[in-house]
Design a protein around this ligand. Structure first.
Ligand code: GLN
Length: 282
C-alpha cells in the first residue's frame, strides 16, 4: 500500500468515529510505525509500506479507534520539551504539571547543589525535568510501582540525567533514606474514588487507577505527604504540589499546620493548580 493511501485511509477511519484531530492523529501513528519524522509523510507519497508496516499501522489505528490514548500507542509524550517514554503502567505527563516544574525551577534560581524528592514519580517526568533544568541538582524519585520505575529509569537515561536522578520503590516515604531535602514535590493521585468512573474513557479505561485514586475525597495523599514531609525537609524547605481543579483551598488547610508562606499558582485555564509552602519553624 502506498503511504499516501494508507495515510488517507487512516484519516477517514478516524473521522468516521469523530476522533479528534484525525489528520494529526493518523499522521502520528504512521510516523511511529515507520519511525520517521512528520515531514516524511508529505514528501514520500509513493513510499510503499511493507506488509508488516501496514499491519502494524492498522493495529495501531484500531487501538486508537477503541479509545486508547495516542501516547500509549506511539509510546511517547513530550513534557518540558523533553521526550518521555510512556506505557499503560504510568500516567501520561500533563501540560498542567509543567506549571509545578516551572515554579520549582524559578524558586531554585541560581542556588546550587539542591536536593529534591519527587513522591509518586510515575514516568519520572517531574524528577527528570527538574534534574535537567536545574544544573547540579540531585533528585530522588519514589513510586510504589516497580513497572513505573522501570520506565522512569529509561527516561532518565534517554534525557541524559541518570547520574543525578535515583529511583527507589517506596510507598510514599517508607523507603526514603533518613535525609533532609531542600524541596519535596508531588503530583499525587488526587481523583476522589467515586469520580473515577465518570472520567473520560481514555483516562478511566486506560490510565493506571493507582495513579488516579486519591481516596474518598481525593485528598488522602496530601494529608499523608504533608504529615510526613516535615521530617524530610531542611528548615525553610519547599513543599510543592499539583492539585485537582477544586482542591487548592482544602490542600492549603492541610498545609497550614506546618507550612507558611503558602501560595497557589493558576494554570492556563485560570484554575489554582499548584499549592506551595515553606516549612515553618518547629
Ligand atoms: N509524577 C507523575 C506525573 O506527574 C505521576 C503522577 C501520578 O501518577 N499521579 O505525571
Amino acid at each position: 500500500m502506498l503511504l499516501k493511501d494508507a495515510f488517507r485511509e487512516g484519516i477517514e477511519k478516524l473521522k468516521l468515529l469523530n476522533i479528534d484531530a484525525p489528520v494529526i492523529t493518523a499522521g502520528a501513528i504512521l510516523c511511529s510505525v515507520l519511525g520517521c519524522e512528520r515531514t516524511f509523510l508529505y514528501t514520500h507519497d509513493h513510499y510503499l509500506l511493507s506488509k508488516d508496516e501496514y499491519d502494524r499501522y492498522c493495529d495501531a489505528l484500531n487501538r486508537k479507534m477503541n479509545g486508547e490514548p495516542l501516547q500509549y500507542i506511539t509510546g511517547s509524550q513530550e513534557f518540558m520539551s523533553l521526550n518521555f517514554a510512556v506505557g499503560p503502567e504510568v500516567l501520561i505527563p500533563r501540560q498542567d504539571t509543567e506549571i509545578l516544574v516551572e515554579f520549582v525551577i524559578e524558586f531554585v534560581g541560581r542556588k546550587e547543589n539542591i536536593s529534591i524528592l519527587d513522591i509518586g514519580t510515575g514516568s519520572g517526568c517531574i524528577a527528570i525535568s527538574l534534574a535537567s533544568y536545574i544544573k547540579g541538582s540531585h533528585v530522588l524519585g519514589v513510586d510504589i510501582s516497580k513497572e513505573a520505575l522501570e520506565i522512569a529509569r529509561k527516561n532518565a537515561q534517554n534525557c541524559g540525567v541518570e547520574d543525578r536522578v535515583d529511583f527507589i520503590e517506596s510507598n510514599l516515604f517508607e523507603k526514603v533514606p533518613t535525609q533532609k531535602f531542600d524541596i519535596i514535590v508531588s503530583n499525587p493521585p488526587y481523583i476522589p474514588n467515586r469520580v473515577i468512573g465518570t472520567l473520560d474513557r481514555q483516562v478511566k479505561d486506560f490510565e493506571p487507577k493507582i495513579a488516579l485514586d486519591g481516596g474518598e475525597d481525593g485528598l488522602d495523599f496530601y494529608r499523608r505527604i504533608v504529615k510526613e514531609s516535615v521530617d524530610y525537609l531542611k528548615p525553610k524547605g519547599l513543599l510543592a504540589f499539583e492539585v485537582g481543579f477544586d482542591q487548592a483551598q482544602e490542600v492549603i488547610k492541610i498545609m497550614e499546620t506546618s507550612y507558611e508562606n503558602i501560595k497557589t499558582i493558576k494554570d492556563l485555564a485560570g484554575i489554582e493548580r499548584v499549592v506551595t509552602g515553606i516549612l515553618s519553624k518547629q
